[in-house]
Design a protein around this ligand. Structure first.
Ligand SMILES: [Zn+2]
Length: 319
């Protein structure tokens, strides 16, 4: 039995290849990893809520706790945030980490450590669905069938979304999304000239208006498609940060009162994610496609597979 697991996120691929993700720049060697769970080996003398041997999922960000954002509950926006694997803070891809007890959530017996680690990406989808008020009357579009697109699909369904369409450039990804419960899929292009064609394709497939779109990619093309495909008065949530700068025509969105909502990580999502996993309302197991140990060779293979994409969704390290 592994004592800890950490999953590999595309953000790590971005750091490995470019040393930069959004405004975070890697300036010196850093331990990566932020999707993790493990077994407690030691607790501090003041800790009452946890004991040695407990299986826990870790929320990776440590906020300051006293700024106005933290006090208002929006601690994900704390300017003092220290987050596993975001420079300069080391990540969780290690045999042991030290972490505050309040950010360690006990896992029920029927939720594995690997599923516990999946609370992190799932939290992004849950936070986005909360921000967009997804419910039983919300028809949803998700741009991008990568790991975040797929967890957003699972979250939107758990929040009650009746109809969900998901898009991608890769048909293999679309078939994975369909197996995970997407009602409709649309193959889209990367060419900005195709926005109108893609919007038509998406609207035809859905038949009814799209109330909320989640852009899980973050390119000019995906954001333009989302803004144009969403019904007047709807919402577009920007989750993906593929580009630090985007050029997007906003006037059509303004004229139709489409709200743009930013999504940065998550807040207060672990208890709900764990409950979704415990109850079976969300099954993340199909997203875990590859498992590796922690030798040099296995780490290199895992990074290679993650960077290729294709049918690799989540790659887990068992430590
Ligand atoms: Zn703060």
């Amino acid at each position: 039995m592994p004592k800890a697991v950490t999953a590999y996120c595309m953000q790590n691929v971005v750091y490995d290849q470019t040393m930069r993700c959004a405004n975070f720049i890697v300036k010196k060697p850093m331990v990566i990893g932020h999707e993790c769970a493990g077994i407690i080996e030691e607790v501090g003398s003041e800790v009452k809520s946890l004991e040695v041997g407990d299986r826990v999922a870790l929320e990776p960000g440590i906020s300051c706790g006293h700024c106005s954002l933290c006090k208002a509950g929006s601690y994900n926006l704390c300017p003092e945030m220290r987050f596993f694997g975001s420079p300069p803070t080391n990540g969780s891809l290690a045999h042991k980490v030290v972490h505050p007890a309040k950010l360690c959530y006990k896992l029920p017996d029927n939720v594995s450590l690997e599923e516990g680690a999946m609370c992190e990406p799932l939290s992004v989808g849950v936070h986005a669905c909360r921000r967009a008020n997804v419910g039983p009357e919300t028809n949803v579009m998700i741009m991008g069938s990568g790991p975040i697109g797929l967890v957003t699909l699972l979250a939107a369904r758990a929040f009650g979304a009746p109809r969900i369409i998901i898009t991608d450039v890769d048909v293999q990804r679309l078939s994975i999304a369909r197996n995970l419960g997407a009602d409709e899929t649309a193959k889209v292009s990367t060419d900005i000239e195709d926005v109108d064609t893609d919007v038509g394709k998406i609207q035809n497939a859905m038949g009814s208006g799209i109330d909320v779109s989640f852009d899980c990619v973050g390119f000019d093309k995906t954001m333009s498609t989302a803004l144009n495909a969403t019904r007047p008065g709807g919402k577009v949530c920007l989750i993906g940060l593929a580009k630090t700068e985007m050029t997007v025509a906003l006037t059509p969105a303004a004229a139709r009162e489409v709200d743009v909502i930013g999504i940065f990580r998550y807040r207060s999502t672990w208890p709900l994610c764990i409950e979704f996993l415990r109850s079976g309302k969300i099954d993340v197991k199909p997203l875990i496609t590859h498992r590796f140990g922690f030798t040099q060779k296995e780490i290199e293979d895992a990074f290679e597979i993650s960077a290729q994409g294709g049918n690799a969704i989540k790659v887990m390290f068992n430590l």
